[in-house]
Design a binder for this molecule. Structure first.
Ligand code: XUL
Ligand code: CO
Length: 444
């Protein structure tokens, strides 16, 4: 790598420092102290924050009603490859300044797409070399890679679920390359988000064949990972709709059913995105609990939707209550392992200043750091745990235990009720008491 220092792309923005909750500096962390050691690990190691390349460095603020509003100086002039390199220099400067140890990308975020697959692969290789050099120079690592199988018009009717086998083959070739690049850059996970793996109308769709094709595609990916020695974790990112009307990986529960049906469950965990959970009609915490119950909690796409809007608004999440509940479930499940918290979130269309990118991520990181601390405190004190344990205590002994061990029958239970138990005595679920208890932690 050349030693010549590139000019700063964010010249007026500093490396963000932790100044504590009392600071009035808007460009400082109040709660996220990357170097603070908690239980033998730094906060940076616990939280494994990651920046989403597509939003932070490819997002322009465009919407269906108008073009982009966000203009970055490195996006103009020269040829697409030079622009991609200047953009990546800016990205790594940002990762360092915002103190994020990880980033994530789609293949087409970091490199321009060529006219042929061969040319696209060559461009991707050139940008992977540049990324490798920048990773080495900064210490920033790749949380996960993925392939964009939804933007190019060839994928308008799906990639792995396309009715045309030619498109399936093209998508396979693209994922093969993306997996190889992810491995080369030390990516710790690889994500499959089926943006167009669904349908608009059943009038033109063979749902059964499409689901089988999707399963075959994932099996081929597992085979290729094995062939090249990629050891990262495979993740499915569920989303119920948008861009298609119905997507096959609707939510975590349907994802688990799909993976188990096709013998893929050993190879996959879930990348749970907050806004996708709410689009599926669930809370964020619900999706985390469902994945954790199956031992398949992998990683988080950290964002939020706007509950008054029905689409994927990908906002930064500063709802400490929601995040504390999510963190309780994550910590109780033993954490995210090779996963992390990836800010799959974008600036509002009107937030056009470089400083807005900093404020957005500072808020997201602080909210998660605060939620992490609150959740740890709640779990350490164990009041909710004790309440729940007591609520289910009748299953710990006697006939309750026999039910859990499946050592009983309807006949046995009927006899028990008729001869000994009689009518059960209703017990309060005490929801309001528990909500107040939660509030006492959030607002001390
Ligand atoms: C889209 C989305 C994607 C995935 C990666 O809603 O979340 O950016 O995270 O393909
Ligand atoms: Co996402």
């Amino acid at each position: 790598m050349k030693t010549r220092r590139a000019p700063a792309r964010f010249p007026r923005l500093p490396v963000i420092a932790h100044e504590g909750p009392g600071t009035d500096n808007p460009l400082a962390f109040r709660h996220y102290n990357p170097d603070e050691v908690v239980d033998g690990r730094t906060m940076a190691e616990h939280l494994r924050f990651s920046i989403a390349y597509w939003h932070a460095f490819r997002g322009t603020g465009s919407d269906p009603f108008g073009p982009g509003t966000i203009n970055r100086p490195w996006e103009t002039g020269r040829d697409p490859l030079s622009i991609a390199k200047a953009r990546m220099d800016a990205a790594f400067e940002f990762f360092v300044k915002i103190r994020a140890p990880f980033y994530c990308f789609h293949d087409r975020d970091i490199a321009p797409e060529g006219r042929t697959l061969r040319e696209s692969n060559r461009l991707l290789d050139a940008m992977a070399d540049h990324a490798r050099d920048l990773q080495k120079a900064t210490g920033v690592r790749l949380l996960w890679g993925t392939a964009n199988l939804f933007s190019n018009p060839r994928y308008m009717c799906g990639a792995a679920t396309n009715p045309d086998a030619h498109v399936f083959a093209y998508a396979a070739a693209q994922v093969k390359k993306a997996l190889e690049v992810t491995k080369r850059l030390g990516g710790e996970n690889y994500v499959f988000w089926g943006g167009r793996e669904g349908y608009e109308t059943l009038l033109n769709t063979n749902l059964k064949r499409e689901q089988e094709h999707l399963a075959t595609f994932l099996h081929l990916a597992v085979d290729h990972a094995k062939a090249i020695g990629f050891k990262g974790q495979f993740l499915i990112e569920p989303k119920p709709k948008e861009p298609t009307k119905h997507q096959y990986d609707f939510d975590v529960a349907s994802g688990i059913a799909f993976l188990r049906t096709f013998g893929l469950d050993r190879h996959f965990k879930f990348n749970i995105e907050t806004n996708h959970a709410t689009l599926a009609g669930h809370t964020f915490q619900h999706e985390i609990e469902v994945a954790a119950a199956a031992g398949m909690l992998g990683s988080i796409d950290a964002n939020a939707g706007d509950l008054l809007l029905g689409w994927d608004t990908d906002q930064f999440n500063t709802d400490v209550r929601e995040l504390t509940l999510a963190m309780i479930s994550i910590l109780r499940a033993g954490g995210l392992g090779s996963g992390g918290f990836n800010f799959d979130a974008k600036l509002r269309r009107t937030s056009i200043d470089p400083a807005d990118l900093f404020h957005a991520h500072i808020g997201g990181m602080d909210a998660y750091a605060l939620a992490f601390k609150l959740a740890r405190q709640i779990l350490t004190e164990g009041k909710f745990e004790a309440f729940v344990q007591e609520r289910y205590a009748s299953y710990d002994t006697g006939y309750g235990r026999a039910i859990e061990k499946r050592r009983t029958s309807f006949r046995d239970l009927e006899k028990l009720v008729l001869t000994q138990l009689g009518e059960p005595k209703p017990r309060s679920g005490r929801q309001e008491y528990l909500e107040n208890l939660l509030m006492s932690y959030l607002h001390r």
